[in-house]
Design a protein around this ligand. Sequence first.
Ligand code: HEM
Length: 389
Amino acid sequence: MALYDPYDWQIHEDPYPAYRRLRDEAPVYHNEERGFWALSRYDDVLAGFRDHARLSNAQGVAIEQVGAAREVMSFLGMDPPEHGRLRNLVSSGFTPRRVRDLEPGIRDLATHYIDRFVERGECDFIAEFAGKLPMDVISEMLGVPEEDRDTLRHWADTVLHREEGRQEVPPEGMAAAGQLIHYFTELVAKRHAQPKNDLTDALIATEIDGDRLDDRDIIGFLFLMVIAGNETTTKLLGNALYWGSRNPDQLARVTADPGLIPSWAEETLRYDPSSQLIARTAVTDIELHGRVIPRGARVALLIGSANRDERFWEDPDTYDVGRNTTGSLSFGQGTHFCLGASLARLEARVSLEEVLRRLGRIRVRDEGVERVHSSNVRGFSALPIEFGH
Ligand code: HEM
């Protein structure tokens, strides 16, 4: 019996007991059947993120061997120094200012969606809010027209979906990835012809000491934003309401003091991170805790486990919206630290502010809650809630 199988739908229900066993019994775990190794203790996961000399991103960061094609992985699928060059170029278009300026637009979007269901006293929070807003925000930034957004969202969801117990990307997922790349290729071509002052234009215009992004790099980054930035933020919003509702005393604390909303989001990310693992490939043999991870092996850094490691956290299984979450690994660490963390935090703060203010007391229903099934993304595909003042 495997201690931990990220494709097992039962594990998806609650992976935390399995993580604890890994930390205690097999801190360097090898799942032969699935062909990967896993690090689960906080210190090991942190060291893994920092060790880009021995643990490479060049074969992608999914546990599956799907490679790291430039069109879909962008600089996330590169190691230093190549990674730094592209990340710097992209960062000069994707600036903190550009993110900050989004706040009023995000609030308008939140208001728009809440208006549609607020009178009903109930909704599916994923279908009617959390599953929509992050893609709208990214689409707005990139200049994707409104009528295309649902299609893009559908492709992005299809890329991440896995069949029960299956490791490989289903053919529909491969097809959806192709459709997204095709869509962004056309978008970039359109912007060359007719700029509109959005992020896509900024990326086209970016130049550092004569160095520029070529179209492939831009398409890769757009794809990465949609995959890395959309699903994860949707799940964060859903998880915040779910765990808030399951811990009514904690939800009451944030309702009484909305200043706690940012730390509510951070605690949700620590307690039940949207991105449960990030994989690397060992470029050399790595000895750890008396075992040798062989060169070429796939190594999963289990964020979800590190964030609950009692060797690092006090009382890690308690959901505490006032917790100091410094050290949380939910956005990774080191060279590849999430480029969109400030955007995700802004979306979470503004959305949760509006949700609490407008909906009042919120309760997740017992019936109809459904999880997504992915090897690394954790959260809900359906989250029926009821609410009222
Ligand atoms: C709650 C939401 C999010 C979570 C939990 C999350 C998580 C992560 C993690 C764990 C990494 C590290 C990957 C690695 O070490 O290989 C990462 C990288 C990245 N994320 Fe996020 N992310 C979120 C939102 C976003 C958003 C909104 C965007 C963009 C708009 C974004 C864009 C990126 C990019 C571009 C990278 C690659 C950085 C690099 O390789 O240098 N993410 N994210």
